[in-house]
Ligand binder design. Structure first.
Ligand SMILES: [Zn+2]
Length: 140
């Protein structure tokens, strides 16, 4: 199974299509929105990580935003949506689906020993998958 069902089609070209680029990231840091020089998918995942943390923080203050929805809503402001479709992400998604299906840990070791980037990604993917399921149920 690919990630295609997570995203409505591939991007045919946008201002964040090729690295490097500058983008104002949608997170308030010290009272302002900083412009970042982004050079790779890793840089984008760092911003996604910040967004996840910010949304979690907001939720501890009594709100209940869906984290994946928040991230996906902000993504077009600083990244090409193809980041979710790149080869590495596809492999992670395949691994994620497999480990979920067979209820095994994708990497050896306890949850705390999983690679940090993987933990973030699978967390986001899980949210996206649940969101897609909910959508599919709604539309019959
Ligand atoms: Zn693009």
């Amino acid at each position: 199974m690919g990630a295609n069902f997570l995203i409505d089609g591939q991007c045919g070209g946008c201002r964040f299509h090729t690295y490097p680029y500058e983008a104002q990231i949608p997170i308030l840091i010290d009272g302002k929105y900083e412009t970042r020089h982004l050079t790779s998918n890793d840089d984008v995942w760092l911003v996604i990580d910040l967004l996840i943390k910010e949304t979690e923080q907001t939720n501890t203050e009594g709100r209940s935003f869906n984290i994946a929805e928040s991230v996906m809503a902000q993504l077009p402001f600083f990244a090409c949506k193809n980041i979710m479709l790149d080869k590495e992400s596809q492999q992670d998604i395949a691994r994620f689906m497999y480990s979920k299906q067979f209820n095994i840990s994708p990497y050896s070791g306890s949850y705390g020993e999983q690679p940090k980037k993987w933990v973030e990604k699978s967390f986001l993917l899980n949210n996206l998958i649940e969101r897609q399921k909910a959508k599919a149920m709604k539309h019959g």
